[in-house]
Design a protein around this ligand. Structure first.
Ligand code: NDP
Ligand code: 2IT
Length: 465
């Protein structure tokens, strides 16, 4: 396909039941009808369904047992009130969510997101993605997701603590090391996991390390969990490039975001010899011609909870701060979206293709719109879907649960070796599955089908529950 500019088509065009086979269209119509207004959830379901026709032909028992309908319906959805008081005494009321999506492979497992945009549709899309992602890790983890529309930005530590305590006052009844095991996501990092764990321990009177992951290293956390999502995405990208006889060494890389995933994506990409030009937040982005100075970025983001604008101020002449346009306008060989959903649209995909991008791999969950994925795929760009590419975070959470169960803690090197092997195995599994079903090089189809097969076979074996 010529990378010349085309009229952007409406994203919606890609999400009409008529684009699916009759059986899948009927499943999707039901999802639309039963989950009104949950746009992101509809999008996540559609992106999976549009790749499933061949597997349903090969495995008719999935249709006979309404397997796909069951996979699209969460096992349990919990919504609750979270009242809390700020430092000035004002009372706030937020909403808490936990979607326990699928437990065929193990306890519900997935992060908590604290961000003002959080609503039921967003938590359900994230929980749905987690079903396939967690299955791909090969570990015994089911899928869930949760969070709140609480905005931690600008809040003091004590306000965040009071919020976390109120949130856990309800959530604790639904959790347990064998039941449901949350972790972090946007707005939830080590500080929040600490407050949540403390409140869980107090309410239950149990030292149950395996009930949350992403804990501090001194009290049950795992080495490499902080780094795992970003490292894992770079490892996945490297595997995709190697499959095409290419490498990361010397490549120009564009990263969006400046949170947990972005920071450790930059760290690993630099360690493998790539030149990382950018990072961003919701207000603007940085282009640093000398390459991002990670010590400075960590100091600002992890130490001071500051903004990327501060980076430009302190870095000097090599860096500029841009507040209009998008990070995807910066020419690169590899793009690693690591901020949030739908941050890379069709227009941005065309820009990347025109600028000669070789690989795009999703550190964030569903950052690339369906229309953008299509542009990249048709242009022959290697595309790593988040379900596979960012699975290193939850996989290392699975390793943290394993260490907790053994009351053991592994070294950094050993844990990183395990993560590296898991990412290679996920790559192989997506690659081989895509070939087996006649879509060579299509990691989207590979991830969806390989993930579905593992969870669906477990569900079939366990009867109609
Ligand atoms: P953080 O909260 O640490 O960082 C989020 C980053 O994304 C910030 O730079 C933030 O900018 C930016 N961002 C968030 N929301 C928006 C928005 N609506 N528009 C523009 N920028 C935004 O979160 P993580 O790094 O943990 O998560 C990033 C992504 O990775 C998410 O999609 C998450 O679901 C996914 N992910 C995370 C995993 C983990 O282990 N943490 C595992 C797998 C996937 P600002 O500060 O301005 O809001
Ligand atoms: O989206 C994700 O996979 C995460 N936020 C990590 C989940 C986890 O349980 O570690």
């Amino acid at each position: 396909m010529s990378p010349s500019r085309q009229t952007p088509r409406r994203e919606q065009e890609y999400r009409e039941p008529g684009k699916l086979s009759p059986a899948l269209a009927s499943i999707y119509s039901d999802v639309l009808r039963r989950n009104p207004g949950e746009t992101e959830f509809h999008q996540a379901v559609f992106e999976v369904l549009e790749t499933l026709a061949p597997v349903l032909e090969a495995r008719p028992e999935y249709l006979d047992t309404k397997l796909v309908e069951r996979v699209c319906e969460p096992e349990r959805q919990i919504m609750f009130r979270v009242p809390w008081q700020d430092d000035s005494g004002e009372i706030h009321v937020n909403r808490g969510f936990r979607i326990e999506f699928n437990s065929a492979l193990g306890p519900y497992k997935g992060g908590l997101r604290f961000h003002p945009s959080v609503n039921l549709g967003i938590v359900k899309f994230l929980g749905f993605e987690q079903v396939f992602k967690n299955a791909l890790t090969g570990l015994s983890i089911g899928a869930g997701k949760g969070g709140s529309d609480f905005d931690p930005k600008g809040r003091s530590d004590s306000e965040v603590m009071r919020f976390c305590q109120s949130f856990m006052a309800e959530l604790h009844r639904h959790l347990g090391e064998h039941t449901d095991v949350p972790a972090g996501d946007i707005g939830v990092g080590g500080r929040e996991i600490g407050y949540l764990f403390g409140q869980y321990r107090r309410l239950t009177n149990r030292w149950e390390a395996g009930v949350l992951t992403g804990k501090g290293l001194e009290w049950g956390g795992s080495q490499v969990r902080t780094e795992a999502t970003g490292y894992g995405n770079v490892l996945f990208t490297l595997e995709m490039l190697r499959a095409r006889k290419e490498d990361l060494q010397g490549q120009q890389v564009v990263v969006s975001g400046s949170g947990n995933v972005a920071i450790y994506t930059i760290e690993k990409a630099q360690a493998l010899g790539a030149h990382v030009l950018t990072c961003s937040d919701s207000q603007g982005y940085i282009v640093d011609e000398k390459g991002i100075n990670l010590d400075l970025l960590k100091e600002i983001k992890e130490g001071e909870r500051g903004r990327v604008a501060d980076y430009a101020e302190r870095r000097g002449a090599s860096a500029r701060y841009v507040t209009d346009g998008r990070v995807w306008d910066v020419p690169c060989d590899v793009a690693l979206p690591s901020a949030t959903q739908n941050e890379l649209d069709e227009d941005a995909a065309w820009t990347l293709v025109r600028n000669g991008v070789r690989a795009v791999s999703e550190g964030a969950n569903m950052p690339t719109t369906p229309a953008a994925v299509r542009v990249l795929r048709e242009a022959g760009v290697a595309f790593g879907p988040g379900k596979a590419a960012n699975a290193g975070g939850v996989a290392t959470s699975g390793l943290e649960m394993r260490q907790n169960a053994e009351r053991d803690s592994w070294s950094f090197d050993h844990t990183e070796e395990r993560l590296t092997q898991i990412m290679r195995d996920i790559h192989t599994s997506c690659h081989e599955t895509a070939e087996r079903y006649g879509f060579p090089g299509d990691y989207v189809a590979g991830a969806n089908i390989a993930g579905l097969e593992r969870v669906a076979d477990a569900m079939l074996a366990q009867g109609l529950v």
